[in-house]
Design a protein around this ligand. Sequence first.
Ligand code: CMC
Length: 444
Amino acid sequence: MAYQLPQLETLQPGEAGRVTLTFHEDGRTYDLPVLAGTHGPKVVDVQRLYRDTGYFTFDPGFLSTASCDSTITYIDGERGILLHRGYPIEELAANASFLEVCYLLLYGALPNHSELTEFDRTITYHTMVQEKMKSFLEGYRRDSDPMAVMVGTVGALSAFYSAHMDVHDPQARAIATHRIIAKMPTIAAMAFKYALGQPFVYPRNDLDYAANFLHMCFAVPAEPYHVTKVQARAMNRFLVLHADHEQNASTATVRIAGSSRATPYACIAAGIASLWGPAHGGANAAVMAMLEKIGHRDRIPEFIARAKDKNDPFRLMGFGHRVYKNYDPRARVLRESCHEVLDELDKKDEPLFELAMELERIALEDSYFVERKLFPNVDFYSGIMLRAMGYPTPMFPALFALGRSIGWISQWKEMIESPAQRIDRPRQRYMGAPVRSYVPVDQR
Ligand code: CMC
């Protein structure tokens, strides 16, 4: 069935009115411009507020703050819509290779045939990392968390490649961008192999991006390894579905780090650090921990009851979403791949996956979850799928970081290329001690 484009109100970007602020203490009024984007809520432009009135705005957690203009991604959480450069995620996940999506996010348009061939070639020929990075990585403890390895190793790219690059040089930016896209899979696979105690596997230029990554993760020198179509397709989809998600914590971190003109490698390392936390990139791991805790399908009713009990802090991990109050469009697509992988690997009867499928079935029918629109989210399916493919739970956030690195570098590029770019410098409401005089230590 052909995908139906969502009907979205399209606005004329630019000034779209004014609001007036009244200061009740002295009756002053102040006019603020209202700006429209292409789709979505209009914004009140407060950039001159402090200069003109002496007031800051106050918005901890950025609940009502748009921190930048962006042309990359649009999300309508109420309606479950996610667009990259205008294209619905469902269409991209069904049809596009990850590298096509990388090109789209970076340059704003889908590549034509020769552009894609050239881009593919450029990325493919950057996939190896400097040989010395192996010894760098081998300095980690064998049981290091893969995210610790990723933060350090990606940050260290600044030491192995152009630490003093001029971020205002388009050529230097392009090379750094290509290196990040190309080397992230190699580094993630090296982190995986290192934890397993297996030799690192070099990239293969005859494989596509997703298949090459699977090869670097699962091939061993002792026997041939064949990447199956289903698994390569599933990994491609996983990467596409994680490629960008607008101004989330890690993306905002990358932009803030980059606003000081730090090297993009350091900025991406900062993004990985921000993604690391369980409130962001760790949710898919929490799904696995929950499934292991439930242990057997017979115990599902007990845990469903606990999830509904307001006096019990337990929640069904992998259900519900802060932004999507409708089916997460990414979850629908990944569900398909997850089921395909379980079928191909003949794992549907394994207790953990059987349990997951039963949980999904019950939650989709149970009125508590249906009424609150608590659908399975992308982390529910990615956790199950990655485990079925053979990844241990600590690798899940590292795989998320691999997919998201194209979003980070595209947002970094957009930020640094903006004519309005300057260092980000949030302000605060000071709540500390009032001014006071230093007291010598013997008089305190
Ligand atoms: N299990 C049971 N009840 C839930 C759940 C859940 N997973 N999620 C929400 N509810 C209930 C909640 O108790 C509330 O009930 P009531 O209206 O009776 O008080 C109602 O649903 C609305 O919940 P909320 O807390 O207002 O929703 P929220 O937007 O604050 O929370 C959430 C969103 C994702 C934090 C939450 O759904 C949750 O904790 N989910 C489980 C963790 C998870 O899967 N996180 C990954 C999210 S996707 C991340 C990404 O995109 O990268």
